[in-house]
Design a protein around this ligand. Structure first.
Ligand code: HAM
Length: 417
């Protein structure tokens, strides 16, 4: 019978990569809780309308990348392409704002986008996500950038750059929109890439951050949104940058940083790595005042970011530590059951270990212990069984000694975990 294969752009994760994912999530939980974030877990599937109304009908994500299907009652559902829309939906539906003036929510898990797979770009990928709802203080924007920066630094990453921009608000963006459209109308459209020819009329801002070099060249002289910001947006952005300056967080003001989702207003940012090739954005986010209202909630502001775990994993060394403290090697069939009892006792004390489920030669068992990468191999044969002992072998030095089965923990000098 033919074997079945996974879907293109989807991955099976084994150790040590899966250990790296666990460590990334754990550190995120620890670090983000220092800022008052609480973890939430949300559905992977939502009504399609939620994404169309939040991310924007004209975005690449909604137009081309969603996994959308009809359920058995002909309702259109979508595998979430990102987390923000679901978090905001849950925030409104559960009236979190009623008892929490500023909610800081953390969530992580798989997202789905039908993109062309390449290094650092998957169809099922994982994000670590933070959303802050209920404050329009520019200090919250800066705090969010501190959060993502500290997290990435504590993971040990340093070849990173923080790019920031302001996209203005509902007052000043339309003015810029007009200026940009006029500029784009003056270009020879045939020179733009196919996507940008369409974007010029549907979503002109996106032309600004197109990665195609011909388009980059053409928009070099385009008007800058910074010059059109209203006084309130200008002040907001200045305060954010002042705080970053005071904290010594080196950033680059990238006036073309637009981001691919339509809900952003004012501050946007992206953390870019110089080390992983084309898919260099490891985290991105910004402010989305207006989204809560747009999705039927009260008029509350919001902001957030997401880190791409696959891209972080490309930059990180294997972060998993050796999983096992011991390997209990059984040299004789008769010792098998006793070995299970000894191993269980050690596990109840907090140690991690495996038993060889069959009796084999010392040589083959030590080879197995080596493969497992354990520091200690415990050997149990007929002689040890008779004397209620066990042989303790240090796999690094090769030294071994017999100890009483009841003295095992002490003899090993282990401190219970
Ligand atoms: P995004 O820029 O679309 O933003 O995605 C955030 C991060 O997810 C990217 O910087 C990248 O590291 C990772 N990512 C995106 N697509 C893929 C993919 N196909 N394969 C691997 N990694 C990928 C958002 O999703 C917003 N919801 C972020 C946000 C939260 N804004 C406010 N709150």
């Amino acid at each position: 019978m033919s074997t079945l294969h996974k879907i293109k752009g989807f991955a099976d994760l084994f150790a040590p990569e899966s250990d790296t994912f666990t460590v990334m999530e754990q550190r995120a939980r620890d670090i983000f809780s220092r800022y008052g974030c609480q973890e939430i877990r949300l559905p992977l599937v939502e009504k399609t309308e939620l994404f169309a109304r939040s991310i924007g009908e004209e975005t690449d994500v909604v137009q081309k990348e969603m996994y959308t299907f009809l359920d058995r009652k002909n309702r259109s559902l979508t595998l979430r392409p990102e987390a923000t829309a679901g978090v905001v939906r849950a925030f409104i539906e559960n009236k979190i704002y009623a008892h929490n003036p500023v909610a800081k929510l953390f969530t992580c898990g798989p997202m789905f986008r039908y993109e062309r797979p390449q290094k650092g770009r998957m169809r099922q990928f994982h994000q670590i996500n933070v959303e802050v709802l209920g404050t329009d203080a520019p200090q919250a924007d800066a705090e969010l950038m501190f959060m993502v920066w500290s997290y990435l630094r504590e993971l040990g990453l340093n070849k990173l750059s923080m790019e920031v921009n302001s996209l203005g608000c509902r007052t000043c963006r339309p003015v810029f929109h007009q200026q940009l459209t006029r500029f784009l109308d003056g270009l020879d459209h045939a020179q733009l890439c196919e996507d940008c020819q369409k974007r010029s009329s549907t979503n002109p801002l996106r032309v600004l951050d197109c990665k195609v070099s011909r388009c980059k060249e053409l928009v070099r002289e385009a008007p800058r949104i910074h010059d059109s910001l209203c006084p309130a947006c200008r002040e907001h952005f200045t305060i954010v940058l002042d705080i970053l300056d005071m904290a010594g967080l080196a950033y680059v003001h990238n006036p073309c940083l637009v981001r691919g989702l339509d809900y952003y207003q004012r501050t946007t940012f992206e953390v870019v790595s110089t080390d992983i090739g084309a898919q260099s954005s490891v985290a991105g986010g910004g402010r989305y005042d207006g989204l809560v209202r747009q999705l039927g909630g009260p008029d509350l502001p919001g902001l957030g970011f997401a880190c791409g775990m696959e891209r972080l994993a490309l930059l990180l060394e294997n972060m998993g530590s050796s999983r096992l403290d011991f390997f209990l090697a059984v040299l004789d069939e008769q010792a098998l059951n006793k070995a299970m009892i000894i191993a269980q006792h050690l596990r109840d004390k907090g140690f991690a270990g495996e038993v060889s489920f069959e009796a084999r030669s010392v040589k083959s068992l030590l080879r197995q212990a080596n493969k497992l990468g354990v520091k200690t191999c415990l050997l149990l044969g007929p002689q040890e069984l008779e004397k209620d002992q066990i042989l303790v072998k240090d796999m690094e030095t090769g030294a071994q000694k017999a100890v009483g089965q009841n003295d095992l923990e002490q003899a090993l000098g282990w401190q219970g975990r």
